[in-house]
Design a protein around this ligand. Structure first.
Ligand SMILES: [Zn+2]
Length: 166
């Protein structure tokens, strides 16, 4: 499975190395993740090969723009959004996004997507984070536990099928 990640993925601080499959982003998404902690983490994921940058070709971009015009989503979609959809179309990937306009156009083009905040993404996640202090579990990465301030460690998700498979 190829996952095409949108900018929101990084702003939420999600960790792509926990996903079952290849993760790719468009250059436009990288350009949107400019500052601070999310940008440093993205650099790390790119350097370590967890994420690859791929440019969608002009043909798939054209197809996405055409479809967005038909659905009335074209004014709500940025160039970055278009690049995310086009990349998924081209690679037969699944888009990871909470953006309703992206989801709408993706649906019309027969592209699968996973919401970030709803339970969708949890089915493809093999890791979770556990506080070394209070023992709470978190779906999202935090530098320290938001409850007690202790450090978090990555642990396998309980009950995940196919835990070691790829
Ligand atoms: Zn804690």
């Amino acid at each position: 499975m190829i996952f095409v990640l949108d900018t929101g993925f990084f702003l939420y601080g999600l960790d792509p190395s926990g996903m079952y499959g290849e993760c790719v982003i468009s250059p436009e998404v990288k350009n949107e993740v400019l500052n601070g902690f999310p940008a440093r983490k993205l650099e790390y994921y790119l350097e370590s090969g967890v994420i690859h940058i791929i440019s969608p070709d002009e043909k798939s971009l054209k197809k996405v723009r055409g479809r967005a015009l038909l659905t009335g989503d074209s004014r709500r979609l940025s160039e970055t959004d278009m690049s995310v959809i086009a990349l998924a179309l081209e690679l037969n990937g699944k888009i990871v996004t909470d953006d309703y306009s992206i989801q709408n156009v993706a649906r019309r083009l027969g592209i699968d997507y996973l919401p970030l905040k709803e339970k969708g993404i949890k089915d493809v996640w093999k890791w979770t984070y556990r506080c070394t202090g209070c023992g709470r579990f978190f779906e999202e990465y935090h530098e320290v536990c938001p409850i007690c301030g202790s450090s978090l460690k990555t642990v396998p998700r309980a009950g995940t099928k196919n835990l070691h498979g790829r």
